[in-house]
Structure formats: structure tokens, C-alpha cells
Design a protein around this ligand. Structure first.
Ligand SMILES: [Zn+2]
Length: 337
């Protein structure tokens, strides 16, 4: 966390406030945030005076393309567990100068962009090389295809021999196989596809693989549309300091003990490798999928410890434009629109 939808939201947010501007000031408050670079001097001198050409994203990485006099380089940021970006053009100054704003860029229009990260798992680094074949900076070459953009069949990405015994949940989280999915969206994707998180890829039927493929794109796209998920323990907010909205549509993540929106069984939480997995033991992996109850899907936000307490918000059910068996999962939501 933040995962692909949150990083995409941040990228789109800063794009409109920094593209075309020149970096005139660089403040690095903590060496930890630039730990992938040689030194503070190296990092600062690389980006100082550069003009922002473009802002993009690959997997969970935010990529700022910079041009200097004689070269092009990339400022790459990973938000870690709690990283946020704030622009002085969109929000007040309180966070920009907070002691946890470890990196701050000043632009030629006097605006500021701050990388705020209380837990400092986030990081920023520069890359001078671009991989033309992979179409991304070389430092990101080891990542698998982007979960939203990938056109490769899942069979090619996930069915490697050495991974045969790995639960499907952990395959989805392995950034070298497929990039951008984390713990939260991994659980939501598997719920929507009706797949038990602890089976292996080899256990899945062709129908389940088809549902998984559709669920990955549908869930991530809808989460981008709603500007990500804001949970109180991770504190995600967009560049303007606003909350995301996709937590309203969570069916399993951080819902242990609550009843399933599809089958009324109780959502369970299992901890594996130090990470929580939330799933429904009733309808994930049981074969036939009944529709999700649309009334519950657009329920008021639950007052659980993990969810931010915000007022009721109307959200439309997830749009499906693909997948014959997956369509049935949402048929009641679609019908009630
Ligand atoms: Zn269920």
C-alpha cells in the first residue's frame, strides 16, 4: 500500500501541476528516502535544473521523466507503506513542511511538491537509462508486466514450474511476475474471481483463470476511477489531500468477522508470511458463483477500525465489459443500476 490504483491516482494528480516546470530547489531531509542513490549530492545534482517532461507509472512506481541540457533521466518514486505526495498548488502548507516530508522539490513557479512518508519505507531514486525493448527505465526491468497494461496470458506469467506450490495469492503479490497488485487488491481480485487464495495456479480451471484475468483489470480500473482506497491505518490521500473512494467497494479486505456480500458466510483472516489474507470460505473456490448483493456493495462505509470513517457515498457497481462467467458475479448489481 499504496498499490497500482493509488500510484496511478498520484501520477495523474501531479502530472497537471509539475509538467513543463523546472526544478529549482531540492530538499532532502532524510537520507533514508534516497537510500538507493550514491549520496544526497548525487541525487540533488542529478535533478536540479531539470525540466519535467512527463509523469507516468509502472506497477507501483511513479516515474517522472526529466530533461536536462544534454540528456533525459527519470526520477522514480515508490510510496512504500505510507508515502504521499502533496502539491502546494492543491493543498495547504501544513504537510509540505512536516518533519515527515523527507523530500521536497521547488519549481520555477514557486510551487512545491513534497514526498511525505511517516514510516519511511518509501524511496526516490534517479535512473539515466531507458530500456527500449521493455519501454521503461532500466532500474524497473526486473518487474513483471504491469497488471493493468499486460496483454500476456496469465498462464505465461504465473504457471512457471518453480512456482507450482506457491499459493495464488502470493503469485499475484510477486512483483517480478506481475506488477502493481498488493495485499489489498490481491484479496479483492481473488474474491471477485471466486478463487480461494491458498490454491496454486495449477489447481485453477480454465474458467477460473479467465475470471481471474477479468477481475484483475476490472478491480484495478474501478479503483482508479474511484481514486484508490483510503484506510485509516495506511493513511492514503491524493495530491490534494483528498480521500480515495474504492474502500466503499471492498468485499473482503479488512472485513474479517463480517458477512460475505455474496453468500453470507463469515469473512476470515489468515496470516501467512506475516501478511493478512482476507477471504470468504463460503464462495471462494466452491465452484458456482452467485451474484454479489448490490445493496450491500453500495453499503455505507463500515465503522471498522481499519476503515476511514466518512459519510455515505454513492458508488456505482463495477462495470464489466468482458468475461462470460464473471458477468454472473455482478448480474444483480448490474440489474439494480
Ligand atoms: Zn462468500
Amino acid at each position: 500500500m499504496p498499490e497500482l490504483p493509488e500510484v496511478e491516482t498520484l501520477a495523474r494528480g501531479i502530472e497537471r501541476v509539475i509538467v513543463g516546470k523546472k526544478i529549482e530547489d531540492v530538499y532532502v531531509g532524510s537520507d533514508r528516502i534516497i537510500r538507493d542513490c550514491n549520496s544526497k549530492d548525487f541525487f540533488t545534482s542529478a535533478i536540479l535544473g531539470c525540466v519535467v517532461e512527463a509523469v507516468g507509472r509502472y506497477a507501483k512506481y511513479l516515474i517522472v521523466t526529466l530533461s536536462a541540457k544534454d540528456r533525459r533521466l527519470f526520477l522514480i518514486m515508490h510510496m512504500g507503506m505510507s508515502g504521499q505526495l502533496r502539491s502546494s498548488l492543491l493543498t495547504g502548507e501544513e504537510l509540505l513542511f512536516d518533519r515527515h516530508s523527507h523530500l521536497r522539490l521547488g519549481f520555477d513557479d514557486s510551487s512545491l511538491l513534497a514526498f511525505y512518508d511517516p514510516r519511511t519505507f518509501g524511496r526516490a531514486f534517479v535512473d539515466f537509462e531507458y530500456d527500449l525493448r521493455l519501454k521503461r527505465p532500466r532500474s524497473l526491468a526486473k518487474l513483471g508486466p504491469d497488471a493493468l497494461e499486460a496483454n500476456e496470458p496469465l498462464e505465461r506469467l504465473l504457471s512457471g514450474r518453480e512456482r507450482r506450490t506457491m499459493p495464488i495469492k502470493f503469485q499475484l503479490l510477486d512483483q517480478s511476475l506481475i506488477g502493481g497488485i498488493g495485499n489489498m487488491y490481491g484479496d479483492e481480485v481473488l474474491f471477485h474471481a471466486g478463487i480461494n487464495p491458498f490454491v496454486t495456479f495449477g489447481d485453477l480451471s480454465p474458467d477460473e483463470i479467465g475470471r481471474l484475468r477479468v477481475a484483475i483489470k476490472a478491480i484495478l480500473s474501478k479503483a482508479i476511477e474511484l481514486r484508490g482506497s483510503s484506510l485509516v491505518d495506511r493513511g492514503y490521500r491524493d495530491v490534494a489531500g483528498e480521500l480515495g473512494g474504492y474502500q466503499m467497494l471492498h468485499n473482503v479486505y479488512a472485513r474479517a468477522g463480517k458477512s460475505c456480500n455474496r453468500c453470507d458466510a463469515t469473512i476470515e483472516r489468515v496470516v501467512m508470511k506475516g501478511r493478512s489474507t482476507f477471504f470468504c470460505p463460503g464462495c471462494q473456490g466452491s465452484g458456482e458463483l452467485t451474484p454479489i448483493d448490490s445493496q450491500r456493495l453500495s453499503r455505507p462505509i463500515e465503522r471498522s477500525a481499519n476503515h476511514i470513517d466518512i459519510d455515505y457515498m454513492t458508488v456505482s457497481p463495477i462495470n464489466l465489459d468482458d468475461g462470460r462467467s464473471f458477468g454472473s458475479v455482478f448480474s444483480s448489481a448490474e440489474a439494480n443500476r
